[in-house]
Design a protein around this ligand. Structure first.
Ligand code: SF4
Ligand code: SF4
Length: 435
């Protein structure tokens, strides 16, 4: 190994100060972390007089010893837009009985539900056209049900779920579903008909929630949601059911986070995770988030983690550590709107939908060709991204990002520093995603 390689920190290793005396090295490929004395460094290089034992540790953790070309070649070999997981997102209806101040669908709601013809075409697409039946290379199917309020189309949800489940069982494909619901219509009977499911409910402290997520008549929905969740308590204890609470964060509610978690605990229900998310502003809404995105990223990477751990909730997030695109960029994955028109993921705009699933099934259009700009995209074709030390964690310049270099939800250095702090305090078990 040449001297230069010994002194150069590998390109996919983040280097940043931990405190006045120490520096963090984080290998974004294997998630190894070292906190080292500043004296071991000479600028961005390893200092000349570092002894053999330290160099051996740095090599063992793959912090040094690989050239940029080798790293790029290894990423090129691993990166592809295929996946053994097929992700299908289905909008069951545009109808909803909430009037959330920040909803991205405001102005686009209607009373329509998905039709049987569209549902049968979805099943036909999944099993007979593209993937599982023909190619046999998919081993997991993720079906996401969204709305409007998807439980206003419960009959349709169960029709799709049951048909897809039978076919998954037949072809020995594992599956999981996710229902993104406002929570009011959850009932124990739903869970007697559905297995392997994540339930995602948005909830914040009562005053903020009732102000931002009221019923159409303006009354608050917090108590009704808590009452529905409590009735489903037995279901949330099941191993195959996860309740995920999404805390839509804004300038008024983030200071109430700890109190909110304590309210949740008083409900005495099993909650798998609480995820603070930034509440976006949309042109058609008057909602203004007085918390700046950058301040949210800092808070979510520090204080929010401290509070979650102190209140006994796990940290499920872990930075991605392999070169793979998000679900929108993977071939065959798509979002199907209630009228059968196609998008790619939650970021796909209803007004700019793609072709109809019926045209795909008729062979008039090929989904991957139609969206080829996305489905064949690679961040390794972008000079800035392929030379970026946080490429694996960021994913690249996805079309959904306003600020292309912003990593969603976390400030990575702050997250890692918080992780190190809690590891030193003996709390590493709380970071379930990092294990
Ligand atoms: S990262 Fe953006 S483009 Fe990719 S699936 Fe998520 S919302 Fe869609
Ligand atoms: S989008 Fe920006 S932060 Fe992300 S990999 Fe590309 S250059 Fe890096």
């Amino acid at each position: 190994m040449s001297i230069d390689i010994e002194k150069n920190i590998n390109r996919l290793v983040m280097k940043f100060p931990f405190n006045q005396e120490e520096t963090v090295l984080y290998n974004t490929q294997n998630r190894s972390l070292l906190v080292l004395s500043n004296s071991l460094f000479d600028g961005n290089m390893i200092a000349k007089d570092v002894d053999y034992d330290v160099l051996k540790i740095l090599r063992d953790f793959q912090m040094i010893g690989t050239t940029d070309d080798e790293i790029l070649q290894s990423m090129r070999n691993k990166y592809n837009n295929e996946s053994k997981t097929l992700v299908i997102t289905i909008e069951l209806t545009r109808n909803c009985f909430f009037e959330c101040t920040y909803c991205y669908e405001n102005g686009m709601k209607n009373n329509f539900k998905i039709t049987k013809n569209v549902m049968d075409n979805i099943i036909f697409y999944i099993f007979y056209i593209e993937k599982i039946f023909n190619k046999k290379d998919v081993d997991f199917l993720q079906m996401n049900f969204i709305g409007g309020e998807p439980l206003l189309a419960k009959k349709e949800l169960l029709y799709l779920y049951n048909r897809i489940k039978i076919l998954c069982d037949t072809y020995e494909v594992d599956y999981r579903s996710l229902i993104n619901t406002n929570g009011v219509l959850l009932s124990p009977s739903l869970f007697s008909e559905i297995q392997n499911v994540d339930i995602l409910v948005s909830l914040t402290n009562i005053s903020d929630h009732d102000k931002n997520r009221p019923f159409l008549n303006g009354t608050g929905s917090y108590q009704k949601i808590c009452s529905a969740l409590t009735k489903c308590r037995d279901a949330f204890r099941r191993d195959d059911v996860n309740l995920i609470i999404r805390f839509n964060t804004n300038g008024e509610n983030f200071t109430e986070f700890r109190g909110f978690l304590n309210e949740l605990k008083r409900l005495n229900i099993t909650i798998s995770q609480v995820d603070p998310m930034y509440t976006d502003e949309y042109e058609q809404n008057s909602f203004i988030n007085t918390l700046k995105k950058q301040d949210f990223l800092q808070w979510n990477s520090t204080t929010a983690i401290d509070i979650l751990i102190e209140e006994g909730f796990p940290i499920v997030y872990a930075p991605q550590n392999y070169p793979k695109p998000c679900k929108a960029y993977i071939r065959d994955n798509c979002k199907i709107f209630y009228d059968g028109n196609l998008g790619l993921c939650d970021a796909s705009d209803f007004e700019k939908r793609g072709p109809n699933i019926i045209d795909i099934n008729n062979g008039k259009i090929n989904l991957n060709s139609y969206f080829s700009r996305i489905k064949e995209w690679s961040p390794l074709d972008d000079v800035q991204c392929r030379n970026c030390e946080i490429l694996l964690m960021c994913g690249g310049k996805y079309f959904c990002k306003n600020n292309k270099c912003e990593v969603e939800r976390y400030d990575l250095q702050s997250f890692l520093k918080t992780y190190i702090k809690h590891t030193q305090l003996g709390n590493s078990d709380s970071f379930v995603g990092m294990q």
